[in-house]
Design a protein. Structure first.
Length: 283
């Protein structure tokens, strides 16, 4: 109670909204044209349905997916009809000129990726090079893919960003599939400015929320899992209050050009604190 009163006094509630909700319900609660950038990493069911054949050895037991106490989380049922509804909601909540960064695994990219074009203008397929190999039945996976799309015309604010991002994966993260905060900051580098509204309807551990706060943005997000929503909210509030990130205490390895573009932690903390104090952060 004390904490939430203190946060309200700082104005944080206006700038950080993380709810336990289904992505479609949460997006449905947002006004038309209210979001500047969507940065999101959905839990696709397609890849896991496919991997069931391999006994689902990615994280925990796939057969136990979504059951209490199991590691694996519930997934977004990504049949084309539901995915079209999701994309239509993204388009509705984005402002004219809004940007979308939508992560895909290789399986979902080939089945669902083409649907993005029905709602938005697809500009790039970005490769996230995780710098170390992971698992894989054939070639071992070292990358993930991010579709960059726009609603209407708004160019990136910088012209020097490549479409291959070399940012190290986290080893033994606190949350399954937790991504480095720096990956989400890279999504904001050419698309957001101080005060921008950033939205992630699959917030997971809250990496995208911390990235938004680091860049002086506002953040609206949700996760279906109550545990994830609570963890993400606490993580983001801790970062906003102290500048420390309890779920990613160490920075990820970041290679050029993002090593120079993502501001050093001390400057990011200053931007986040200014946002909280005044509500009108500066760059
Ligand atoms: C791949 S994880 C996101 C990880 C996150 N990017 C991070 O760095 O921690 C996907 C998340 O989507 C959540 N999820 C699954 N189905 C959902 C739905 N229908 N609506 C909202 N969230 C959902 C899962 O609980 C999971 O936390």
């Amino acid at each position: 109670m004390q904490t939430s009163l203190a946060l309200r006094a700082l104005g944080l509630d206006d700038r950080l909204r993380i709810e336990q909700a289904d992505c479609l319900a949460f997006l449905g609660s947002l006004p038309d044209g209210s979001v500047d950038v969507v940065t999101t990493d959905p839990a696709y069911s397609g890849m896991n349905d496919h991997l069931k054949l391999g006994h689902g050895r990615i994280v925990g037991s796939w057969r136990e997916a979504g059951k209490p106490g199991e590691k694996w989380f519930r997934e977004f049922k990504d049949d084309p009809e539901t995915f079209r509804r999701f994309l239509a909601e993204i388009r509705r909540v984005l402002r004219e000129g809004g940007h979308l960064y939508l992560m895909f695994d290789s399986f979902s990219l080939l089945s669902l990726g083409p649907l993005v074009r029905e709602e938005l203008s697809v500009k790039n397929l970005i490769v996230w090079d995780k710098l170390r190999i992971g698992m894989g039945h054939a070639f071992r996976r070292r990358h993930e893919l991010i579709v960059f799309a726009t609603k209407g015309k708004r160019p990136l604010s910088r012209r020097d960003l490549p479409d291959v991002w070399r940012i190290g994966r986290l080893s033994r993260p606190a949350y399954p599939t937790q991504k480095p905060v720096e990956l989400f900051e890279a999504m904001l580098a050419g698309s957001a400015g101080p005060g921008s509204v950033v939205c992630d309807p699959f917030a997971g551990s809250g990496a995208s929320a911390v990235a938004a706060l680091r860049q002086g943005c506002r953040f609206w997000g949700c996760d279906l899992s109550p545990e994830a929503a609570t963890a993400a909210r606490e993580r983001a509030r801790t970062f906003a209050a102290t500048g420390a990130d309890p779920l990613q205490p160490e920075p990820a390895r970041v290679e050029p050009p993002f090593d120079q573009l993502l501001r050093p932690p001390s400057l990011r903390r200053t931007a986040a604190r200014k946002l909280i104090r005044s509500g009108t952060p500066s760059a």
